[in-house]
Design a protein around this ligand. Structure first.
Ligand SMILES: Cc1ncc(COP(=O)(O)O)c(C=O)c1O
Length: 380
């Protein structure tokens, strides 16, 4: 049995950072300001600088990062929020937590991101039925590629809806060089360790352009606090960021731009070597993906995965079951034309190893396993 190559390799990244992370953690331990310490403030400033737009508010994880602006806007019972079904549970769960109703929308077959046509149909459906008030759209930058923000923002503006970029997987992605926040009202980030910019625990952030929204979110983040300590202006949550995580993220952010290029180089090698064998991902012209995942499509996924595993190549499936087909989400509305693309790709998508430190030998091992699988299928 061949040894498994890593799916992601955080150890290699830590070695490359050469003591920076350890020094940053030790500094926090020495100073002892463990919650919302100076590194948290510095991280917030540097995140906004990296995005080139807006102000950042850090929080405990990428799920709260979506919940906080929804709460700040007062979204709740009787409201409809539009979200793709082909995403991680967090994108929709936060809608239910506010008391609002998620309305599931289909995705584009090329980018796997929210389909503007399906979205328009869903908004019209909700308006015609008249039971819910459309309030917001949560677009997901799936696998690191930005959604079609120019068109989504046009739809949001024409219906007076808030637009969130759930950029949990895509912080650093751009359209024509610009962050999704250029079009969205809020951009939310997860620093879960496996994300392109990952902490060594849970962490998240929200970026916004509007100062009033920022102030309300800041209050929501810490129990709804008002101007004075122990004075409450609203119902909030506890979603502070640990200083140790902020210090680790600052060290990683200093090399993040280079890492996006390193991920792009891996993606380019994959596409050159296996583009004629399987359906490789397409990043649209003018778009930059952060390559949170390198996701291809194959027909007989189980056979493909076991062939690759036999050749030392781990794979993962994001996502085998669309959200609207899970029992807790099954009663919520879906777009009127159905979610045919979502339901089809859930059977064919499979993600390959991807990380910035991936050696050529590992890329080669993946590509030759894909090649021997293709030859086997052709011979059958
Ligand atoms: C699309 C998407 N949204 C939200 C989240 C939630 O982030 P976290 O795990 O940091 O709460 C994730 C994390 O996996 C995600 O992939």
């Amino acid at each position: 049995m061949t040894d498994m190559i890593p799916f992601i390799d955080l150890k290699a990244q830590r070695t490359r950072l050469n003591g920076k992370i350890e020094a940053a953690v030790m500094k926090v331990l020495d100073e002892g300001r463990y919650i919302l310490g100076p590194e948290v403030i510095e991280l917030e400033e540097k995140l906004a600088e990296f995005a080139g737009i807006g102000r950042a508010l850090s929080c405990a994880n990428g799920t709260d990062a979506i919940l906080i602006p929804l709460m700040a806007w007062g979204i709740g019972p009787g409201d409809a929020v539009f979200v793709p079904s082909f995403t991680f549970a967090a994108s929709a769960e936060v809608i239910v937590l506010t008391g609002a109703t998620p309305v599931f929308v289909d995705v584009d077959p090329v980018t796997y991101n929210m389909s503007p046509d399906s979205l328009s149909g869903a908004i019209d459906m909700v308006k015609t039925e008249g039971k819910l008030t459309p309030r917001a759209i949560i677009a997901v930058d799936l696998f690191g590629q930005p959604a079609n923000y120019p068109v989504l923002a046009e739809i949001a503006n024409s219906h007076d809806l808030k637009l969130i970029s759930d950029c949990a997987q895509g912080f650093g992605c751009t359209l024509d060089g610009k962050s999704p926040l250029h079009w969205a009202d809020a951009l939310t980030i997860s620093f879960y360790p496996a994300k392109p910019l990952g902490a060594y625990g849970d962490a998240g952030a929200v970026l916004v352009k509007d100062d009033n929204l920022y102030a309300t979110m800041k209050s929501v983040r810490v129990h709804g606090e008002g101007h004075e300590r122990y004075e409450y202006a609203r119902i909030g949550i506890n979603s502070r960021l640990d200083t140790i995580q902020a210090a680790i993220l600052l060290a990683k952010l200093s090399v993040f731009g280079d890492e996006i290029e390193m991920r792009q180089a891996v993606a380019d090698k994959y596409a050159a070597k296996m583009g004629n064998m399987v359906k490789t991902p397409k990043v649209l012209d003018g778009y930059q993906s952060t390559w949170a995942q390198y996701t291809i499509e194959v027909n007989d996924r189980d056979a493909f995965r076991s062939h690759l595993a036999g050749h030392g190549v781990p794979t993962a499936v994001y996502y085998p079951i669309p959200l609207h087909l899970h029992e807790p989400y099954a009663s919520y509305p879906i777009a009127p034309e159905g979610l045919a693309v979502t339901e089809a790709i859930a059977h064919t998508v499979v993600s390959l190893p991807m990380h910035p430190d991936m050696p050529d030998a590992d890329v080669e091992q993946v590509c030759s396993a894909v090649a021997t699988y293709s030859q086997k299928v052709l011979a059958e």
